[in-house]
Design a binder for this molecule. Sequence first.
Ligand SMILES: [Ca+2]
Ligand SMILES: [Ca+2]
Length: 458
Amino acid sequence: MKLRFRVLPGRAALVIMALLCVVVTIPGTARADNPIVQTIYTADPAPLVHNGRVYLYTGHDEDGSTYFTMKEWRVWSSADLVNWTDHGSPMSVATFSWASADAWAGQAVERNGKFYWYVPVKDRASGQMAIGVGVSDSPTGPFRDAIGRPLVRNGEIDPTVFIDDNGQAYLYWGNPNLWYVRLNADMISYSGSPTQIPLTTAGFGTRTGNASRPTLYEEGPWVYKRNGLYYNVFAAKCCSEFIGYSTAPGPTGPWTYRGTVMPTQGSSFTNHPGVIDFNGGSYFFYHNGALPGGGGYTRSVAVEKFAYNADGTIPTINMTTTGAPQVGTLNPFVRQEAETIAWESGVETEPAGEGGMNIGWIENGDYVKVKGVAFGSGARSFSARVASASSGGRIELRLDGANGTLVGTCTVPGTGGWQTWTTVTCPVNGATGTHDLYFRYAGGSGYLFNVNWWQFTS
Ligand SMILES: [Ca+2]
Ligand SMILES: [Ca+2]
């Protein structure tokens, strides 16, 4: 949501900043945790639980977009559902040599140690939307085109992937229709032909006033199985959409419409579901237009915790700015990435020359909040990996607010480059127990420094 000026010459940058810069003022205390990402616009959440973390696959709405202008996908991860690590963009339209545009709503799944990411993208030759599949050895990529061509192409979008208990995998997708195909065990080919799921009103509810779409099913299916029951949660009606769902005794139906999961809310005319169980809780991911400048083409992914009813039905879930409660706490005594963020103001991320991502575009008064940091009996010192092509600045360590109790200040020097890294260390006093930790950045004018990672000692 913030524009990159650093590559521009100084005067041009100042003029453009004056014209375009959106100042976002956010209170420093009691800050909400939805939407999940504030550094860019995100859309079409697809969460995946793997090895005790939630990996969140999203699209990326370009700043100022007036259509679904989407060039790349993004990956985030979290162990606690409030502090999210930015893993950058490990797959884009350019990953698929046959594709020309439209990095739209996909889903990733793990099988036999490989990660398969199914995405809709425009096939250049036909001009039709098609489903591509990326593959990686890591949930954070990088992903490569698994087959060098569309896996399936029928002009429809929004793949969801599901592996049944017996190992049979299914790919579902479609707008305006709903299709499935049985994937082979290699996950990059299929058996039989794409088959349409009958869109009956019993299966998918009744829409009035649209003769060509008699049911509520619109797009964005999310299919999974829980306690023997198959669920298809989908974007319903249009426009604006709400989230509805159907259930079935088997992976191919027959489906029965079960009602509303999330009403039409949140200043985006689309929505997209993603449902997981994690650490004993159930979580519903969706998107809205909640960030400044947000709307139908500048969306943001958010999450709510919910509990299934005893009969397996899903309660109605409302959008909140509070988000899900934190699972556990964050350990400050191991290396934490600077791009692990619960909430921020004024910073952005970029690939770091040392690997991973770093935060940058830091100016005086910007801050990053990390939630629920367990200092225990106390922290003695703080170290941060920093770089600065300017004269640097200061990292103020504050508790429970951007203007909260100051427990340490680290001075960051100029290092001669934005990717010329050094480690700075400073003493810490008064950081005990569990607190929200705010890094408040201070210094002169312009960009101060970048941060790659940080760590306290006890
Ligand atoms: Ca900034
Ligand atoms: Ca980093």
